[in-house]
Design a binder for this molecule. Structure first.
Ligand code: MN
Length: 197
């Protein structure tokens, strides 16, 4: 069974960049729905196996990928953010960003554009790609499309309208700009170290 993780801060902790109303709905309703969706789908898969009725397998696999990926991404998103976030990383992560993107500013411009430019619903993601041993930025569609398989997300920006619309309306770039002021680089650096190890 998957469970909804508690937020590591209060609903209002990320204001004014992100209102408490948005955070409460986003965590308690949207994220919770992905957790329930993943559990329900696994149950349906078990039932289908037990009965030997696998005719609906393709649909169930798609539903599992959507909901499980939504759960994973939101679980990372909450810990990627902090009321004390912002600035830029140093240490190994800062050096790796320079190595793979040129400069922090060039990296920031690419991830900003990737997040702002998602067509429909999706995410901008910084990931560790283990085969090439490098950082990459990907645009994830929905929660699971357009992904380089095996890549490990270490910093994720939610570009779904539910993440910002109540506060920023249609102006996604303003929301993405404010997200940078919330980034918990300690968490990103820990994820980077774990992914590399
Ligand atoms: Mn979301």
């Amino acid at each position: 069974m998957y469970t909804l993780p508690d937020l590591p801060y209060d609903y209002a902790a990320l204001e004014p960049a992100m209102t408490g109303q948005i955070l409460e709905l986003h965590h308690d309703k949207h994220h919770a729905a992905y957790v329930k969706g993943a559990n329900d789908t696994l149950e349906q898969l078990a039932e289908a196996r037990d009965k030997g009725e696998l005719g609906g397998l393709v649909g169930l696999e798609k539903t599992l990928a959507f909901n499980l990926s939504g759960h994973v991404l939101h679980s990372i998103f909450w810990t990627n953010l902090s009321p004390d976030g912002g600035d830029r990383p140093d240490g190994d992560l800062g050096a790796a960003i320079d190595e793979h993107f040129g400069t922090f500013d060039a990296f920031k411009a690419q991830l900003t554009t990737a997040t702002q430019g998602v067509q429909g619903s999706g995410w901008g993601v910084l990931a560790w790609e283990p085969l090439g041993k490098r950082l990459i930025i990907t645009q994830v569609y929905d929660h699971h499309g357009n992904v380089g398989i095996g890549s490990v997300p270490i910093l994720v920006f939610d570009a779904w309208e539910h993440a910002y619309y109540l506060q920023y309306k249609n102006v996604r770039p303003d929301y993405v700009g404010k997200l940078w002021s919330l980034v918990n680089w300690e968490d990103v650096a820990a994820r980077f170290a774990a992914a590399k190890g």
